[in-house]
Design a protein around this ligand. Structure first.
Ligand SMILES: Nc1ncnc2c1ncn2[C@@H]1O[C@H](COP(=O)(O)OP(=O)(O)OP(=O)(O)O)[C@@H](O)[C@H]1O
Ligand SMILES: [Mg+2]
Length: 429
């Protein structure tokens, strides 16, 4: 058995902060532990309170460390928020030898990365989306091919320096070194999309608490990314305002009775709702759908506009995959499907399970939940962009045998290619 390293992913979300610890064994990923803590220091995906974010990160990582039995010092961390922007760039180089070498590919990507980036923005990812060799396009991996001129198209993702630095600061203050900052929809896409979907054309739509993150794939490569500042928390606050109930009750009501489409709700159904004075009253369930349907339609419309802004004949999509906690809202997938005119499914991180009971979910943890897509995706991203490994804690030697026992109960994530796919260039301003 070939052992790899321990990889840790940290999803700093608007509603929860989630830490995952995994081990790569024989190119398979075993989730060893996870921890989650409510997040109160973020707004629309961006850190607005360092102290409370640090506190939640510490809680989530401590929980994951206890479950995994290893200590972590460095993590792959996710980033989102309205400040994220993606754009295309292009580069070309001459080939010096007879055939394309990895260094030529690197030079081509470097030349595509030489773009003007304002001082207040930081490049997070430079992702090659297609190569052309002597005018021949559609090449995914030019290494080893003969030619004299290599061209590359890249997708460059940038974020506001201040938001990136605040996220880094939170991790640092929580005692964690950041190996890489990963755009959240890219991480989620790794966890829920199939290679076939990426080939045929798919929009990954991660509807979280504060943001809706979009990543569009076609011909196996990323074509477009976007972050919309609208998410499940808006449904909750609409319900709170509409029914004049506290946010916590609105959140409960949304999860239990919420529906995105009024016509899907039985008109005779009633539900109990508690007001600020703790008095409960019965109201028709249809009210909830009537309150949130316009907001769901607004979200579906924004998603449609974003997809249409890049969707051309050659970038026709065959479907969309919804993930993120808010994708669990009843009827939202049907509403988005009708709006986009594409088939829609809900994407969960498939086939991944914890070895033993997690303190978070009361002992029967199943990670097949769309709200864990980003966290699991960060682990997959970490394994693919391998090289740097998260350190094995001091406790590791002592617990190695115990871990072997747990690992027996785990099963790996099959079929994930562990070769590097994205080129990440942090700190390039
Ligand atoms: N069963 C459910 N029905 C409806 N909404 C749900 C359900 N479960 C969770 N949600 C909503 O999902 C949202 C949280 O999703 P998620 O955990 O993916 O967000 P996040 O990662 O914390 O936020 P973000 O990605 O926006 O920063 C909340 O608004 C929550 O109310
Ligand atoms: Mg999220």
């Amino acid at each position: 058995m070939r052992r790899g390293g321990i990889i840790a992913g940290l999803d700093v979300g608007t509603t929860k902060i989630c830490a995952f610890i995994a081990e790569v064994v024989d190119n398979k990923i075993n989730i060893l532990g996870m921890g989650s803590a409510p997040s109160t220091g973020l707004r629309k995906g961006v850190v607005i309170n360092i102290e409370s974010t640090v506190d939640s990160i510490k809680k989530a990582t401590a929980m994951a460390e206890t479950a995994a039995g290893v200590e972590i010092r460095s993590v792959y961390v996710g980033i989102a928020g309205g400040h994220i922007k993606g754009f295309e760039s292009y580069g070309a180089v001459g080939i010096r030898g007879k055939e394309v070498r990895p260094q030529d590919v690197e030079r081509a990507i470097d030349s595509a990365s030489v773009v003007y980036v304002p001082l207040d923005r930081e490049v997070l990812h430079v992702i090659p989306t297609g190569f052309m060799l002597d005018g021949q396009d559609g090449i995914k991996d030019p290494v080893g091919m003969s030619g004299v001129r290599l061209e590359v198209k890249v997708h460059i993702v940038t974020g506001a320096v201040s938001s990136v630095q605040n996220l880094l600061k939170c991790c640092e203050r929580a005692g964690l070194e950041v190996i890489d900052i990963v755009l959240e929809p890219l991480a989620s896409a790794e966890a829920v999309l199939t290679e076939d979907e990426k080939d045929l054309g798919v929009a990954l739509i991660d509807i979280g608490g504060g943001t809706t993150d979009i990543a569009i794939y076609r011909d196996g490569t990323l074509r477009h990314t976007a972050v919309l500042a609208l998410g499940g928390n808006h449904f909750t606050s609409d319900i709170g305002i509409g029914l004049r109930i506290p946010v916590l009750e609105a959140e409960r009501v949304k999860k239990k009775y919420g529906c995105a489409v009024t016509s899907m709700v039985d008109g005779t159904e009633e539900m109990d709702v508690a007001g600020a004075d703790k008095q409960t009253r019965k109201i028709p369930r249809k009210y909830i759908a009537e309150i949130i349907q316009p907001r769901c339609e607004e979200l579906a419309e924004l998603i449609k506009r974003e997809i249409e802004s890049v969707s051309t004949k050659e970038l026709g999509l065959s479907g969309a995959v919804l993930t993120g906690g808010a994708s669990l809202l009843e009827g939202l997938d049907r509403l988005v499907e009708a709006n986009l005119g594409l088939s829609v499914r809900i994407g969960m991180p498939e086939g991944i399970r914890m070895s033993r009971s997690s303190p978070v979910s009361g002992g029967q943890s199943s990670l097949s939940n769309p709200m864990y897509s980003t966290g699991i995706g960060l682990i997959l991203h970490g394994s693919m962009n391998g090289g740097e490994r998260v350190f094995y804690g001091d406790m590791f030697d002592g617990i190695f045998d115990r871990m072997k026992e747990w690992v027996k109960n785990l099963f790996g994530v099959n079929g994930h290619d562990l070769r590097g796919k994205t080129v990440t260039m942090k700190q390039r301003v």
